[in-house]
Design a binder for this molecule. Structure first.
Ligand code: SF4
Length: 95
């Protein structure tokens, strides 16, 4: 049994399955397969949706609201990352 309906996540959270496993989910604003300007080397990027902070000059203002985004499991994101060629790292950015 899951405690979370699919696609309704509004932030990082976990849902326990009936078998006792944990499925951690992220609300994802967008992803990018390859980037060379948001960290060292060639990287994938995951922008999460929702941030309670209001830093002056935030460059990701569209990701601040907790509404929106796509609920993705860590497993789904790991599978996507493992399928990418020649990336050296992953950058997580805000919300
Ligand atoms: S997304 Fe990043 S820069 Fe923008 S308010 Fe949140 S922590 Fe600050």
């Amino acid at each position: 049994m899951s405690t979370e309906a699919e696609g309704t996540s509004t932030g990082p959270e976990s849902a326990r399955t009936g078998s006792g496993g944990t499925r951690t989910r992220l609300s994802v604003a967008r992803t990018l397969d390859r980037c060379t300007v948001l960290g060292p080397g060639s990287r994938a990027v995951i922008w999460v949706q929702g941030c309670p902070l209001r830093c002056p000059g935030c460059v990701a203002a569209e990701t601040l609201p907790f509404e929106g985004g796509t609920s993705r499991t860590v497993h789904e994101l790991a599978e996507w990352l493992c399928g990418l060629d020649a990336i050296e790292g992953v950058t997580f950015s805000g919300g």
